[in-house]
Design a binder for this molecule. Structure first.
Ligand code: SF4
Length: 449
């Protein structure tokens, strides 16, 4: 067996990230911690000495992928002494040491609140073969962007709260991420200022439910709401765009809509997960709002914010979902006409209330409903895209467009991808593009003087 050097500068880490924006943010955070601790990063798995999976437990499919990847690494690990395999993220907190039983060659299992220890745990695993499970929650720990190692020079995610107290009956987040905790607003504003100083123009404020931001801070004498925080962040010098995710429809107040409508840096887009269009199923999901309430909030948003881009999450085949319930979801799609829909087949998650419901829906019915839903959702998305033809979009450039020779791409304020031809553009440039065609959900156009 070949022996790996103990010089950490020679150790290359490959990290694969699954799941949501929080995981992307946290992978960036772990990457910068590794770089600061003399590791190097690689995008080629075949070059790696350390392989980390930052995992998601929201759906069975995402977990199955990780178990399959782990299985493939048993022989890889044996080929060279000192190689390390680790699991981070939600599977670390949901399975803990049971992951080691499923994959005995695993060296480290580290939950989201323990990432500061990742470099040390890798070092110990590589040098001594010691395996460790660190999955406790830490209420005061929030990952912060390292302005010397930003994954993109012009955009950054900022975590403003973590965990969730809503306990929707299908969701593992309250178990994998713990109870809801808000980060002090002074820390968030300070991080935004540092990012702006480093050249970042767009920030996305992240949390499982940003609308309930601040609730846990009252005991510390801080009564700031999410709307007030959003206003403060939007007014930081140098920040041109602010987005946020995710909003629960139950506690989306008028105050927030007013800030979205009046602060010029807050972009005209919102992700507002409805999950389904049947009151009976919403109740079983414990979402605590009705279809009528949801539609009233959408109406208020649309009447207050011009050209608002609305996206949602939908689950088909939740236990007990009848044809009539599903038709309610299809009717809701026709009423809202979303710009984009993230649709999923319900998959039971261990430990949740819905997984124990006896009236699970057959897979064939889920497949058939998902196909019908997607067909309608794509039609609406294409029509919404077509409505931008002839309009001039303000585009924040991300970089060269892979599939368009000589082209660049970026995001409009609504968060649509816009592709255009040009020369010499850099990530972070802002250009005006007149849209002359669209392909599925992407816009194409010509730069305006
Ligand atoms: S509000 Fe969102 S994160 Fe919280 S339990 Fe419901 S689905 Fe999960």
């Amino acid at each position: 067996m070949e022996v790996l050097s103990n010089d950490l500068t020679e150790k290359k880490v490959f990290m694969e990230t699954f799941g949501c924006q929080s995981n992307v943010l946290e992978s960036n955070h772990v990457s910068s911690l590794l770089l600061k601790n003399q590791f190097s990063l690689t995008k080629q798995i075949e070059d790696a000495d350390v392989i980390l999976f930052n995992t998601c437990s929201i759906r069975q499919h995402a977990e199955d992928k990780v178990f399959s990847r782990l299985g493939q690494l048993a022989d890889w690990k044996k080929e060279k002494e000192g190689r390390v395999v680790g699991v981070l993220g939600c599977m670390a907190t949901s399975y803990k040491e049971h992951l080691m039983e499923r994959a005995p060659h695993l060296d480290l299992v580290v939950g989201p609140d323990q990432y500061l220890k990742v470099p040390q745990v890798i070092r110990e695993a590589s040098q001594t073969g010691k395996s460790q499970v660190l999955a406790d929650f830490d209420p005061v720990y929030f990952p912060e962007n390292d302005t010397e190692h930003l994954s993109q020079p012009h955009k950054a995610f900022i975590e403003i709260m973590k965990g969730c107290d809503k306990f929707c009956t299908f969701c593992v987040v309250p178990f994998t991420r713990g109870r809801e905790i808000s980060r002090p607003s002074e820390d968030i504003v300070l991080e935004t200022q540092k990012l702006a100083h480093a050249g970042v123009k767009e920030v996305m404020l992240l949390g499982q439910n940003v609308n309930s931001y601040g609730l846990g801070l009252k005991s510390k004498g801080n009564t700031i709401t999410f709307a007030q925080l959003l206003r403060e962040v939007a007014r930081v010098d140098g920040i041109e765009r602010v987005r946020f995710m995710t909003s629960h429809p139950l506690d989306l107040p008028d105050e927030l809509i007013e800030v979205m409508a009046t602060e010029s840096a807050v972009c005209e887009s919102i992700h507002l997960p409805v999950q389904c269009g049947s009151d009976r199923i919403l109740k079983r999901m414990s979402r605590k709002y009705s279809v009528e309430h949801y539609l009233e909030r959408v109406q208020k948003l649309r009447s207050s914010i011009k050209d608002l881009f609305i996206t949602t999450d939908l689950i088909v085949g939740f236990p007990g979902e009848s044809d009539e319930d599903f038709q309610g979801t299809m009717d809701l799609l026709d009423q809202v006409r979303y710009d984009a829909v993230y649709s999923f087949k319900y998959s039971p998650r261990v430990g949740t209330v819905a997984a124990r419901m006896l009236d699970q829906v057959a897979e064939e019915a889920k497949d058939e409903r998902l196909a019908r839903l997607n067909e309608k959702a794509w039609k609406h998305a294409a029509e919404a895209c077509a409505s931008r033809l002839g309009k001039v979009e303000e585009v924040l450039v991300d970089g060269p467009a892979d599939k368009t020779p000589g082209g660049f791409y970026g995001k409009s304020r609504q968060n649509r991808t816009v592709v255009f031809l040009g020369q010499g553009y850099q990530a972070g440039d802002v250009v005006k593009v007149k849209v002359d065609r669209h392909k599925v959900a992407n816009l194409y156009g010509i730069v305006q003087p």
